[in-house]
Every structure is written in C-alpha cells, then in structure tokens.
Design a protein around this ligand. Structure first.
Ligand code: HEC
Ligand code: HEC
Ligand code: HEC
Ligand code: HEC
Ligand code: HEC
Ligand code: HEC
Ligand code: HEC
Length: 402
C-alpha cells in the first residue's frame, strides 16, 4: 500500500519536472532564435537584407562608436534639435529673395519653412522639415514629406556664414524640388523607391535608412550577423567581403561611387544597385567625360582629381585608404595627413626631387599642396547679394600651387 502511494508520487514528480523543463526549453529557444535572427529593416534590390545599424555594436564596438562621429554617419538624419545646425530664432530665421520670402519656425520641437511668393498668388505654404541632409561641415539642406513624396525645401543652411541661403541651383523665386534616388544615393544608406528605376520621388517611408552606415560600404549584412551569432567561436568574418581581397580598382570604386562628382550616368539597375566589390563602370559611365583638369570640380569629385595627380599616377597601390580611415572622423587632423605624405616623400624610394624641397615634419604639406579651392558648381546666393559665393573645398589634385 505504502509503496503504491510512493510510486504515484514519484511518477507525478517526474512528469512535473519534465513539464517544467519543457516550458523552460521552449521559452529559451524562442529567446535564442530571437537573438540569432536580427530585425530586418529593409531589403536591397538584390534580395539581401539590411539589419539595424546598432546590430553591429555587439561585436564591433570600437568601430561602431568612432563611426558615430563621422560626417558619413551624420550626413542625413531625422529633423531633431541635435542635428539641425541652422537658427530658428526671431531675427535670424528669415531669407528674403527677389521673388519669395521664407521664414523658418520652430514649434514644439518641430521645424517648418513658411514660404510666401512676392508676386502672383501670394498665399503662404507651410512645409515641415522632416529630414536633414549634410553633417553641417559646409552646410545642410532640408527635405519634407508630402505623403510618400519627398521634396527639397528652398532654404538651406551655409556654415561659413552661419546663415540661411537659397539652396544651390535654386532660382530666386518660390520653388521646391523633387528628391529622387539620384540625390539620395550619396547621402543615405538605402531608400526604397516605388519605381525600381529610382527616377520618381515616392518612397516607402518605413524603409529609409538614414546616414551613411556600415552596410552602405559593407553591403546588407543579415547573413553575417546570423552566422556569427550562431558560431561565436569563428574569428574570420563570414558572409561579408574583406576589402583586402579587392583589387585597387574595386577599393577605389567603393568610394568613387559617391566621390566622382555628378557626371556619372546610370546604365544598369537602380542608383543603389552598386555595392562594394562591384565594378563601377558596369553601373555608371561618363565618369571621365569631363577630362580637362580645369573642369574637374572640387565639389564631390575627389576621385577625378586624385587620379590626375602625380602621386596617384606614380604609386601603383595608392587609393583613398592610403590617407583616410573610413571609420574615423579625421577632419583637420593635419598631423595624421602630413605623416601620410611623409610615408612616401621622406624615403629615398620615391621622389628624389623632393629632397631639394625644404620641408620637415612641422610643416603642413596639405596647406600648400592640396589647397582649398573655390567650387565652380557649388555656389550659394546670400540674401541681398548679387554675386553667388562659391564653397571652398580641399582639392585632391595634389601639386605645386602658388
Ligand atoms: C555576433 C557577432 C557579429 C556581429 C553582430 C557583426 N559582426 Fe562583423 N564580424 C564578426 C567577426 C567574428 C568577424 C571576424 C573578425 C573581425 O574581423 O573582427 C567580423 C568581421 C567583419 C568585417 C571584416 C571582414 C573582413 O574579413 O575584413 C566586416 C566588414 C564586418 N564584420 C561588418 C559587420 C557589420 C556591418 C555588422 C552589422 C551589420 C557586423 N559586422 C555585425 C562578428 C560580428
Ligand atoms: C554623387 C554623389 C552626390 C550626390 C548625388 C549629391 N551629393 Fe551632396 N555631397 C556629396 C559629397 C561627396 C559631399 C561632400 C563635400 C564635397 O566633396 O563637395 C556633399 C555635400 C553636401 C552637402 C554639405 C554637407 C556638409 O555637411 O558639408 C549638402 C547639404 C548636400 N551635399 C546636399 C545634397 C542634396 C540635397 C543632394 C540632392 C539634390 C545631393 N547633395 C546630391 C555627394 C553627393
Ligand atoms: C565609408 C565606408 C565605410 C563605412 C561607413 C564603414 N566601413 Fe568598415 N571598412 C571600410 C573599408 C574601406 C575597410 C577596409 C579598410 C582597409 O583596408 O584599410 C573597412 C574595414 C572594416 C573592417 C575590417 C578591418 C578593421 O578595420 O577591423 C571591419 C570589421 C569593419 N570595416 C566594420 C565596419 C562597421 C561595423 C561599420 C559601421 C559601424 C563600418 N565598418 C563602416 C569602409 C567602411
Ligand atoms: C554613399 C556615398 C558615399 C560613399 C560610398 C563614400 N562616401 Fe565619403 N562622403 C559622402 C558624403 C555625402 C560626404 C559628405 C558628408 C557630410 O559632411 O554631410 C562624404 C564625406 C567624406 C569625407 C569628408 C569627411 C569629413 O570629416 O568632412 C571623406 C574624407 C570621405 N567622405 C572619404 C570617403 C572614402 C575614403 C570612402 C570609401 C571608403 C567614401 N568616402 C565612401 C558620401 C560617400
Ligand atoms: C594623399 C592623401 C589623400 C588621398 C590619397 C585621398 N585624400 Fe581625401 N583628403 C586628404 C586631405 C589631406 C584632406 C583634408 C582633410 C581636412 O581638411 O581635414 C582630404 C579631404 C577629403 C574630403 C573632404 C573635402 C572637403 O574639403 O570637405 C573628402 C570628401 C575626401 N578627402 C575624399 C577622398 C576620396 C574619395 C579619396 C579617394 C578617391 C581621397 N580622399 C584620397 C588626403 C587624401
Ligand atoms: C603612396 C605614396 C605617396 C603618398 C602617400 C603621397 N605622394 Fe606625393 N608623390 C608620390 C609620387 C610617386 C610622386 C611622383 C614624383 C616622383 O615619382 O618622384 C609624387 C609627387 C608629388 C608632388 C609633385 C607633384 C607634381 O605635379 O609635380 C607633390 C607636390 C607631392 N607629391 C605632394 C604630396 C603630398 C602633400 C602628400 C600628402 C598629402 C603626398 N604627396 C602623398 C607618392 C606619394
Ligand atoms: C609653404 C608651402 C609648402 C609647404 C608647407 C610644403 N611644400 Fe612642398 N613644395 C612647395 C613648393 C613651392 C614646391 C615647388 C618648389 C620647390 O621644389 O621647392 C614644392 C615641391 C614639393 C614636391 C615636389 C618637388 C618637385 O619639384 O617635383 C614635393 C614632393 C613636396 N613639395 C612635398 C611636400 C611635403 C611632403 C610637405 C610636408 C612635409 C611639403 N611639401 C610642404 C611648397 C610647400
């Protein structure tokens, strides 16, 4: 009798324990698969998935945190106080152009442009600033959603004068401009256009990845993240390209896609189709159609100018990464840049002529050999000014200047 009771009790205990284990196991495997499978924020035209930028923090903490300070990461963002550099204070929030008056307002942490034409229909239009383009090194432009259509507003911010200006290439009467992929492609990581050609300005607003992020230069990385979460012991990066395996042209192209100025003409896919490791000339042509050195503009055409420089022509391995660390904000760090020049110019291997040129580590090589040059294409009109003033950009045509 006593044995029977004991047996029942033991069976009951075993079943209970099994059930508790079952529930624990089930719960945990949900947690594990939630951990293994990162949240997908957008899908590239080639079918590969983008994950949220923060996902990379987990395993690449150093690169991630230094990257947050770069002009690339900050080149586009939602319109928050911390990102908008321009002033909305009374007295400095107006722009008076020949044919239109613009006033910029801040209301409950939201930002607006109120535009009033001076001739014809003089009714006002109030547009919300939704997206900021430009880290603010030279300036910022502001974009606005009209339903799912994206437009650029007339007023921009110009850092050297700290004031509102007419957006580059806008006339001095009232205008907004459609923002298609050919504007966005250099300032965001990804945008999902309704038309795959990228010509229109209708977007899936929930699938826009602002800022130039890790995955703009390394490609959509869902598979990489999944693999390394499942295999934490692996020390070699899987499902991700190494730049070290690229040819010089591939390494250059990964930067040239955005740093060759505006003359590239799309011949394949969508403006976002090109990914690092691809060959740019298969996606766009005409990068070299403006061959004259004078016509290569400093605005955005670092590739064109550098490739005309004696340093580049005579150094089979030189590329953008010879001088730039893509994960760091190196702006104005003259010591770093000068030391890069001296890696080639101090040794006798290269450039024997330089020995006659008196220079030392204290000199700022860049100030004389890569001076700031006024842009021919990026010019701005200030209020009441007749002349447009150019933006000064550091030339990559390395040479001897007066
Ligand atoms: C679960 C861990 C993990 C996560 C999350 C992760 N990575 Fe990695 N990644 C690795 C490991 C491990 C390596 C190989 C060691 C190394 O190079 O640091 C690596 C290497 C890389 C490399 C270098 C490849 C090479 O061979 O040069 C790149 C680029 C890279 N990861 C990008 C990313 C990006 C972008 C993200 C976010 C979308 C990301 N990783 C998220 C673990 C991870
Ligand atoms: C082909 C690539 C490319 C395209 C297309 C492009 N930009 Fe740029 N933009 C750049 C680069 C590169 C810079 C950095 C400065 C330079 O080299 O002139 C820049 C700088 C800027 C800046 C100043 C940023 C700062 O903080 O100094 C603003 C604002 C800007 N662009 C707005 C726009 C807008 C608006 C459009 C679309 C109408 C556009 N850009 C299209 C590549 C591009
Ligand atoms: C502007 C383009 C660009 C962006 C943005 C970028 N990278 Fe890179 N990354 C590169 C290039 C180029 C290299 C190769 C550097 C070299 O060979 O000197 C590289 C190399 C790497 C490597 C391997 C070598 C190393 O330095 O450890 C890892 C890992 C990596 N990147 C992760 C990331 C992560 C994570 C982010 C975002 C937080 C990111 N990258 C953002 C261009 C970029
Ligand atoms: C998706 C387009 C894109 C790609 C790819 C890209 N850049 Fe840029 N880059 C930009 C834009 C846009 C700016 C201007 C950012 C701003 O100030 O708003 C910029 C700015 C810069 C700057 C100035 C940074 C500063 O502090 O002002 C450097 C240097 C630079 N890029 C180098 C590179 C190198 C090297 C690569 C390749 C590894 C690269 N870029 C790839 C678009 C791109
Ligand atoms: C020989 C060294 C060297 C090489 C190679 C080089 N750069 Fe630069 N780059 C510099 C220096 C120096 C500056 C000025 C930095 C500063 O003012 O803080 C600069 C500035 C820039 C800027 C900001 C320009 C401005 O005035 O806002 C961009 C963008 C840029 N580089 C992109 C590139 C790209 C893309 C490549 C490859 C095609 C490249 N660079 C190759 C040395 C170099
Ligand atoms: C990868 C090596 C390398 C780097 C880095 C480099 N150069 Fe050069 N540079 C060369 C070579 C090679 C020549 C061609 C002259 C020769 O072969 O003697 C040259 C030529 C020059 C010339 C003469 C240009 C002309 O038109 O006659 C100047 C000036 C110059 N470099 C300045 C610089 C400055 C400034 C930097 C840093 C911003 C720099 N270089 C970085 C390799 C380099
Ligand atoms: C004050 C301006 C100035 C500074 C700073 C400067 N240079 Fe020069 N550099 C010149 C001039 C002018 C020439 C041409 C006349 C000559 O050869 O003396 C020249 C010529 C050169 C040449 C080419 C020589 C030739 O005739 O082809 C090289 C290479 C060069 N400099 C490298 C550098 C490097 C590297 C630094 C930084 C350590 C530097 N320079 C700093 C003004 C400067």
């Amino acid at each position: 009798m006593k044995n029977k009771v004991n047996l029942k009790y033991i069976i009951f205990l075993i079943i209970s324990l099994l059930m508790i284990y079952g529930i624990w196991y089930f719960n945990n495997s949900i947690k594990t698969s939630e951990y293994i499978n990162p949240e997908i924020v957008a899908t590239h035209y080639n079918g590969a998935n983008f994950v949220a930028s923060e996902t990379c923090l987990e395993c690449h903490a150093d690169i991630y945190s230094s990257h947050l300070k770069t002009a690339h990461f900050n080149t586009s963002s939602t319109a928050e106080k911390s990102h908008i550099k321009a002033s909305f204070n009374e007295g400095t929030n107006e722009l008076n152009l020949k044919g239109v008056k613009l006033k910029m307002l801040e209301e409950n942490d939201e930002y607006f442009q109120v535009s009033q034409p001076k001739f014809g229909d003089v009714s006002t239009t109030k547009s919300k600033i939704d997206i900021v383009v430009g880290s603010g090194v030279k300036g910022q432009s502001y974009l606005s959603w009209q339903d799912e259509h994206l437009i650029q507003l007339q007023a921009s911010y110009f850092q050297p004068t700290g004031s509102w200006v007419n957006s580059p290439n806008f006339p001095d009467y009232s205008l907004t401009r459609k923002v298609d992929d050919n504007c966005l492609k250099c300032h965001v990581t990804f945008a999902k256009n309704e038309s795959e050609s990228g010509i229109g300005n209708s977007y899936d607003r929930s699938k826009m990845i602002l800022g130039i992020d890790c995955q703009r230069c390394h490609g959509p990385s869902e598979k990489h993240v999944k693999y390394h979460r499942e295999n934490p012991e692996t020390v070699i990066g899987e499902f991700i390209d190494s730049y070290e395996s690229y040819t010089r042209q591939q390494r250059l192209d990964a930067c040239a896609v955005c740093h060759s100025g505006l003359q590239g003409q799309q011949i394949k896919g969508n403006p976002f189709s090109f990914l690092a490791g691809d060959t740019l000339s298969l996606y766009s042509k005409n990068y070299k159609n403006v061959n004259s050195k004078i016509k290569l503009d400093v605005h955005g055409n670092q590739m064109g100018l550098l490739s005309e420089s004696e340093c580049f022509v005579n150094s089979p391995k030189m590329d953008c990464l010879t001088c730039h660390d893509p994960h760091k904000n190196q702006r104005a760090d003259t010591n770093i840049f000068n030391s890069k020049c001296l890696t080639c110019h101090e040794s006798n291997k290269v450039n024997s002529v330089a020995k006659s040129h008196i220079h030392d580590n204290q000199q700022n090589c860049v100030s004389c050999h890569m001076p700031l040059v006024p842009s021919e294409v990026m010019k701005l009109k200030l209020e009441n000014d007749f002349e447009e003033i150019p933006v000064y950009i550091r030339t990559h045509l390395i040479g001897v200047y007066n």
